[in-house]
Design a binder for this molecule. Structure first.
Ligand code: ARG
Length: 442
């Protein structure tokens, strides 16, 4: 039997086949279990409209359950002989069930088959990444709680600006990661529409039970118009990766800060030895490679996003170009897992050099507080500003106790003296509830 579903006799050029199949047989390993689930739902749907006998659908579903177990046990793999995973599954079914295996493709195309598998895969990945974003938020929140009153300078333009606390710095990242989690769940929702039944992008002459199939697969809705379902491929992935970008760009900022703070020049934090690497020539070095690669990995996600945007420039209908949306999507998800896991590890392991941070809060950084105080006692703010500017100079004397007093006085909600960590904990709790709700509807 030919290894291509579209074989109708006549030889296909081997180099052309390699060029067009590319690494689908590798990438589709990630989609097999989802394709199996969607194939079973499709077969049951066909039986409901009388396009398959009930017994036939049962036999297909039972065979697919066996196949799923084989996939999970690692006994079913794809090889370069298979054009893609969909082909491998249909050939396996035909091998096992004979002519019945050849019936499963009635009413669908590989175009909606790959769409549905990708969406199921993306929903799961995005929910997992939302969970990792929540875990990153938790580690930042824990640090903020432990170090709520540890003073350090706050910077603008990378110049010392006003005093802040480690708690203030870390709570900012916690809030950001909670936002990332919400955005990731929003992107999951964009993937939560079932394309099955779109077939090649124009529907088929069967009264397919699209809603029943969508429901069985846990989708929130049907992607109604077949042509839109088809042409959303690529655009959906751009949405997914934009959400991923939010989380990894935040991790990159964290990494940037830490790559500065770990230098001898700042000397604010140290990484534990087990999170550092060495140099092959300089015996003195302990390098923060984990921080640097967290920063760099974000570029991989951005590159993938640009690939997807560019691939989404197509006229209506299916085009084989769309096959290339799989690689960047999967690459970005894998990178994001790595980035967020590394960020969690780094935040959990940070060793703070509190005296060094406190000494870096210099007298001059109290200037804004002083201008505000003068204005509170009646001077118009602009005059207070000028008066302090004339007095302040560039004193690099440590502010000492006055640093702590400065942050304690910053009492409006969210600022260093009133971080609102209980509110952040409550938001994190709500995010976690939403994540588990989305997992149970999968
Ligand atoms: N591997 C293909 C893809 O990802 C499957 C769909 C093939 N469809 C087609 N009309 N050739 O797009």
């Amino acid at each position: 039997m030919a290894n291509r579903l579209w074989d109708k006799g006549g030889a296909a050029d081997a180099a052309m086949l390699r060029f067009t199949a590319r690494d689908d047989y590798v990438l589709d390993e990630n989609l097999l279990v989802y394709d199996v689930a969607a194939s079973a739902a499709h077969a049951r749907g066909l039986a409901r409209i009388g396009a398959l006998e009930a017994g036939e659908a049962d036999a297909i579903v039972a065979a697919l359950a066996t196949l799923r177990a084989e996939i999970e046990a690692g006994h079913f793999g794809l090889s370069s002989d298979h054009e893609d995973g969909h082909t491998a599954i249909e050939l396996w079914l035909t091998d096992r069930l004979g002519d019945l295996g050849k019936k499963v493709h009635l009413g669908r195309s590989r175009n909606d088959q790959v769409l549905v598998a990708m969406r199921l895969y993306e929903r799961a990945e995005l929910a997992d990444l939302a969970e990792l974003a929540a875990a990153a938020a938790k580690s930042c929140l824990d640090l903020a709680t432990r170090e709520a009153s540890t003073v350090m300078p706050g910077y603008t333009h990378l110049q010392r600006a006003v005093p802040q606390t480690v708690g203030h710095w870390a709570a900012g990242f916690a809030e950001g990661f909670i936002e990332s989690g919400r955005i990731l769940l929003g992107a999951r929702d964009a993937c939560d529409a079932s394309p099955l039944g779109a077939a090649a992008g124009y529907g088929v002459n069967l009264p397919l039970d699209r809603e029943g199939v969508a429901h069985e697969l846990g989708f929130g809705r049907v992607a109604l118009n077949p042509l839109w379902s088809q042409t959303s491929r690529g655009m959906t992935e751009v949405v997914a990766l934009s959400a991923v970008w939010h989380a990894v760009a935040l991790a990159r900022r964290l990494a940037w800060d830490l790559s500065l703070f770990t230098t001898a020049e700042f000397g604010f934090v140290r990484l534990p030895v087990e999170l550092t690497t060495g140099s092959s020539i300089m015996p003195n070095k302990r390098n923060p490679d984990i921080v640097e690669l967290t920063r760099a990995s974000c570029s991989v996600v951005e590159g993938a996003l640009v690939e997807l945007m560019s691939l989404s420039s197509l006229p209506s209908g299916y085009h084989r170009d769309l096959q290339l949306t799989k690689g960047p999507t999967m690459r970005a998800f894998a990178e994001a897992r790595g980035i967020l896991s590394a960020a969690i590890q780094v935040v959990g392991g940070l060793e703070l050099v509190r005296d060094r941070m406190k000494d870096a809060v210099t007298e001059d950084t109290l200037a804004t507080d002083r201008a505000v105080e003068l204005a509170r006692s009646g001077l118009p703010f602009r005059e207070a500003y000028r008066k302090v500017a004339a007095e302040v100079g560039s004193s690099e004397q440590p502010a000492g106790e006055r640093a702590e007093a400065s942050v304690r006085a910053r009492t409006s909600l969210g600022a260093a003296g009133n971080l609102g960590l209980d509110r952040l904990s409550a938001s994190l709790e709500r995010l976690r509830e939403e994540i588990s709700r989305s997992a149970t509807s999968a």
